[in-house]
Design a protein around this ligand. Structure first.
Ligand SMILES: [Zn+2]
Length: 143
């Protein structure tokens, strides 16, 4: 009998919770500037959103599209300089930080969805539309 044969997810779930947020379902708020509403857990990067979803405890998720770019890709520019450099076509973003769209693709690929269908609160019309399309197509309705 080897304890190591237990799935790691089961081991994590069996560990004593360190606070209430870990014991109860998580409401996940992905945004790099808007603060998380009361009762929601705020994350600012796609990497942190993935870690949270991988716990299987996320009940709801509200997602932004544009999450900013890393320092290297901003190359000393501020947001206005970035916009000018990109002909005002895109908000700062880069493949290192990722976007809400990248997270939606990952959820569809891996099946790590929140219990409820995720909502999108981005003001980016095109980004919001692309995210909602993936969610509508791949979110599992039968559980
Ligand atoms: Zn970058």
């Amino acid at each position: 009998m080897r304890c190591a044969s237990l799935p790691s997810a089961a081991i994590r779930r069996g560990l004593p919770a360190t606070d209430n947020l870990q014991r109860h379902a998580v409401y996940l708020w992905l945004d790099d500037c808007r603060p998380a509403p009361d009762g929601w857990v705020g994350v600012t990067t796609v990497v942190d959103a993935k870690l949270s979803l991988e716990t299987g405890r996320v009940d709801r998720a509200s997602l932004d599209h544009d999450l900013g770019a890393c320092e290297t890709c901003m190359d000393g520019m501020d947001v206005n300089q970035w916009l000018e450099a990109h002909n005002f076509r895109t908000m700062p973003h880069c493949k290192h930080v990722g976007t809400g769209y990248d997270l939606c693709v990952w959820m569809a690929d891996t099946g790590h969805w929140p219990t409820e269908m995720p909502t999108v609160h981005s003001a980016n019309r095109v980004g919001r539309k692309r995210m909602k399309a993936i969610i509508a197509k791949y979110f599992p309705r039968q559980r």
